[in-house]
Design a protein around this ligand. Sequence first.
Ligand code: BTN
Length: 132
Amino acid sequence: MRFHGSKFVLLIFALFVFTASTKADPLPSPSVWKNQRGSVLEVWSVVGGAILGEFINNAPGFECQGIPYPAAGRDTPNGLFFVVTFAKCNSFTRWRGYVRGNQMITNWTLYYIKPNGQPSTINGNDVFLRTN
Ligand code: BTN
């Protein structure tokens, strides 16, 4: 196969950008993470990609603060997700994101029931820093 010089450089650059942008670091276990709202995620195990741990919500403006709830999810080479059910609040949140070094960058959706009984969602971002 013959490549024109500049096309070859472009191909190498594209491959580099692709791999650099899709590759997430594996989620270490055990590990402890704290987000910018003060909430804490403890990762107890990651076995065959299955994440198990515990989450304590400490975020101002939200309910169910200070209560430990199970966290479960999946870690893959392209990123991770985990879900926490806040049983006392009839709500749950799914975080999706990736680990890069000592940071976990996530988007989340909170599924909850409005006071009038209607199901609803809120979206946001959390950045977790590894503390342990
Ligand atoms: C609720 O208010 O219904 C339960 C608590 C939800 C807390 C949310 S989950 C996403 C965001 N990040 C946090 O650390 N806490 C809030």
